[in-house]
Design a protein around this ligand. Structure first.
Ligand SMILES: Cc1cc2nc3c(=O)[nH]c(=O)nc-3n(C[C@H](O)[C@H](O)[C@H](O)COP(=O)(O)OP(=O)(O)OC[C@H]3O[C@@H](n4cnc5c(N)ncnc54)[C@H](O)[C@@H]3O)c2cc1C
Ligand SMILES: NC(=O)c1ccc[n+]([C@@H]2O[C@H](COP(=O)([O-])OP(=O)(O)OC[C@H]3O[C@@H](n4cnc5c(N)ncnc54)[C@H](O)[C@@H]3O)[C@@H](O)[C@H]2O)c1
Length: 465
């Protein structure tokens, strides 16, 4: 005899947690199945640990320049076991403060610990860690299974460390090879560079952070190179990893030549396919795409009663997207399929050195739609705060329509880039026009003041300083 639910949610990361709580809130009988600790990639091996490492990296950089402020610090060295301990303790604290299990209990959501697998369109089997199984039946299913790092099909791939296992490195590697310069790879560059490791970054796309605005990507590339990082973008492919006497040889081909570097650790950050292995999608007739579970605009799969929210549908792999999609998927699952996936404004950024962030269209995308769109760029060095803080490098770029009325996108690189972009996002979400934004007073001295200067520049109004 199997338990029966109105809605079964698979996965308790950001998407699954939001979907289960919303579905329960709408009156459904809900269960969530999770094979690991609650919080998913974000809390346990993604955003949270990476953010703590980014803060550690920031502290290292600050300590290196402390002398200029008259602060003498004699030894700057990473104690890797203590760093790892700190990260793990913070993950615990975040899990505690989120208290997902407590929130599930309060909302009446049943939690089934184990791995879920479809055995029919409405039937799943949950296998617990001790091997015991239970059967579950559900009217509707919301898959929030997230993803995992892609392992490249190259000889020696097993020698690489995946980003989710970085904390398992036995010691701080003196030399690090990083494959892939998406958000994960770029953040790990900054972390290990600040920790004193020699870093080589290998990327197949013509530029690093290929999804960001081209000027942002160029700025971060320049900064990485100045910091001593070897940046190899536009390579043909990584060909092999080989064990050597004193490390791992990372081989790749570029411009028809074989290149290599010997390092102590290779971090493989080459993509993030959906976790569909062992999920039994075929038993439910659910189609799988390349590394993702395809959905329509309502987040429904080809099997109408199964929805996918979060990383697993491969649209926008960010916590903010997971939350918004989960809300829509839960409503569709409980109330009928009427709500479209909300993907309009998604601010995002990376905690590198320098930070970068964006929202909306890149300049390139905006020009493809209308070559007469208007762009204003403010260098951070034009403002006082970045100069005061010794952080004068970077910029904010605003992209507006040809009538200079509405913002289409914003791109920032430099100190506090993510927070600056968040303010622009708030204005965009509220439909604030450029003229209104240009009249807003910004507190002095702040990085966000760049928004006002850029808005005035879009209107060709000289900045008063
Ligand atoms: C290194 C790194 C840093 C990141 N930093 C940021 C950041 O700063 N900001 C940001 O917005 N995003 C960041 N992300 C992305 C963010 O982590 C994801 O977008 C987010 O976690 C997606 O949530 P999700 O619920 O879709 O999937 P996940 O968080 O991956 O959760 C999926 C859950 O499903 C469970 N599961 C899978 N299969 C099954 C099954 N068959 N049965 C039961 N349970 C199952 C898994 O155990 C997991 O707990 C980062 C990602 C990485 C890798
Ligand atoms: N701060 C953040 O918001 C944050 C941080 C980390 C990850 N994430 C999200 O998580 C998801 C996964 O990120 P990711 O960076 O792990 O994956 P990704 O898919 O975004 O980037 C992978 C990179 O690896 C490169 N690559 C692929 N094959 C390669 C090869 N053979 N050799 C060299 N390079 C190769 C790709 O061109 C790409 O640039 C993304 O959607 C990302 O936005 C977000």
């Amino acid at each position: 005899m199997s338990d029966a639910y109105d809605v079964l949610v698979v996965g308790a990361g950001p998407a699954g947690t939001a979907a289960a709580l919303r579905a329960a809130d709408l009156g459904a009988r809900v269960a969530v199945v999770e094979s690991g600790p609650p919080g998913g990639t974000c809390v346990n091996s993604g955003c949270v640990p990476t953010r703590v490492l980014a803060k550690t990296a920031r502290l290292m950089r600050e300590v290196r320049t402390a002398d200029a402020y008259g602060i003498s610090v004699t030894e700057q060295q990473i104690d890797w076991p203590r760093t790892v301990e700190r990260v793990r303790a913070t993950v615990e604290r975040v899990r505690g403060s989120k208290d997902d299990l407590g929130r599930f209990a309060a909302a009446g959501v049943d939690v089934l610990h184990g791995r879920a697998r479809f055995v029919g369109p409405h039937d799943l089997v949950v296998t617990a860690a001790d091997g015991t199984t239970s059967e579950v039946r559900a009217e509707r299913v919301v898959l929030c299974v997230g993803g995992h790092s892609r392992v490249l099909p190259v000889p020696g791939a097993e020698l690489a460390t995946l980003p989710e296992h970085v904390l398992d490195l036995p010691e701080l590697p003196r030399r690090v090879g990083i494959i892939g310069a998406g958000n994960t790879g770029a953040q790990l560059v900054t972390i290990f560079n600040a920790f004193g490791s020699e870093v080589t970054l290998v990327e197949v796309a013509p530029r690093i952070l290929a999804q960001t605005d081209a000027d942002v990507s160029a700025h971060v590339t320049r900064a990485f190179r100045e910091q001593g990082v070897r940046v190899e973008a536009g390579v043909e492919t990584v060909t092999a990893l080989e064990r050597t006497d004193d490390g791992i040889r990372l081989r790749w081909r570029a411009d028809g030549r074989d290149e290599d570097v010997v390092v102590d650790a290779v971090l493989m950050c080459a993509g993030w396919p959906a976790s569909v292995e062992g999920l039994g999608l075929e038993a439910a007739g659910i189609e799988v795409g390349r590394g993702r579970i395809p959905v329509d605009e309502y987040l429904a799969t080809n099997v109408g009663h199964v929805y996918v929210a979060g990383d697993a549908n491969g649209t926008a792999m960010l916590v903010q997207a997971a939350n918004a999609e989960a809300e829509a998927a839960a409503r569709n699952a409980v109330l009928g399929t009427t709500v479209r996936a909300p993907h309009h404004l998604l601010p995002a950024g990376g905690f590198t050195d320098p930070d970068y962030a964006d929202v909306g269209l890149t300049e390139e995308q905006a020009r493809e739609r209308d070559e007469h769109c208007v762009v204003a760029l403010v260098e951070l060095a034009e403002l006082e705060r970045p100069v005061i803080d010794d952080r004068p490098r970077g910029f904010l770029k605003l992209v507006a329509d040809r009538r200079r009325e509405y913002l289409l996108g914003a791109h920032a690189v430099g100190e506090s880039a993510v927070e600056v972009i968040q303010s622009v996002t708030t204005a965009m979400a509220a439909g604030v026009d450029v003229a209104t934004l240009a009249r807003v007073e910004f507190a002095y001295p702040t990085y966000t003041a760049a928004v006002g200067v850029a808005a005035r520049r879009l209107l060709d109004v000289p900045a008063v300083r």
